[in-house]
Write a protein that binds this ligand. Sequence first.
Ligand code: G3H
Ligand code: ZN
Length: 283
Amino acid sequence: MLVSGKELFQAAKQGGYAVGAFNVNNMEIIQAIIEAAEEEKSPVFLQASQGGIKYAGIEYIAGLAKTAAEKATVPVALNLDHGTSFTQVVQCIRHGFSAVMIDGSQHPYEDNIAITQKVIEVAHPCGVSVEAELGKIGGVEDDIKVESADATFTDPKEAAEFVERTKVDALAIAIGTAHGVYKGEPKLDFDRLAEITAATDVPLVLHGASGVGDESIRKAVSLGICKINIDTELRQAFTKAVQEVVHTSPKEFDPRKLLGPAREAMKEVVRYKMRLFGSAGRA
Ligand code: G3H
Ligand code: ZN
């Protein structure tokens, strides 16, 4: 069955590695992630954004993820990614999600605290972990859009107070990453990350990690990042594989001949990330 996100967060914090959190919208993406996790003997977060839930339907996302977790030989959590409404959070908990992110970063600080506290009041008694966001991560992730001019880095002192007042299980921080495709190599503010880790002592989450260089990822993990979110690189692998089939076999019309190679391609991306994040072999 699905495990609570708290279990994965705590083990990663203690073990000094990060668990990958991969966005899912359909069966093949879930299968690719779980196959990779089993081959790498790695814990894993499956996660669905509000856009993904709208696309597939919450019953399908939850049903597929619960089936995957039942069959999997590694610990699997199911996370709501960038939840922005209390109603959406409650709906996910009712459908068996084992982790939720309440992204209150677009609200004023006190309102972010208030909605995070409200979500914790309903999630924790259900054994569901809560991730919040402080600071604004730029870029576009489904229905979450933040112009780069509005992106704001996380303040370590504010993060310490936020964690103290909310008791979140994990905190998504803004240290220079952005959602979507980067135009150049992102420069992460590692000094800020080290300060936030020292000030908060909770598992920290890196969003917008697709396209971040391996050395930056390794350094971020060494400085306190315990969950790393990947969506764009999975989408790119999926699309490239499908385009290759369409190009080489233009007469192919069996969806399995398109989705099968896409599944394989995504699996290889996930396996690589699990080795890079240090979660391989930790299940
Ligand atoms: O929440 C999802 C991730 O932050 C997506 O980031 O676009 O870099 O894959 P990405
Ligand atoms: Zn994100």
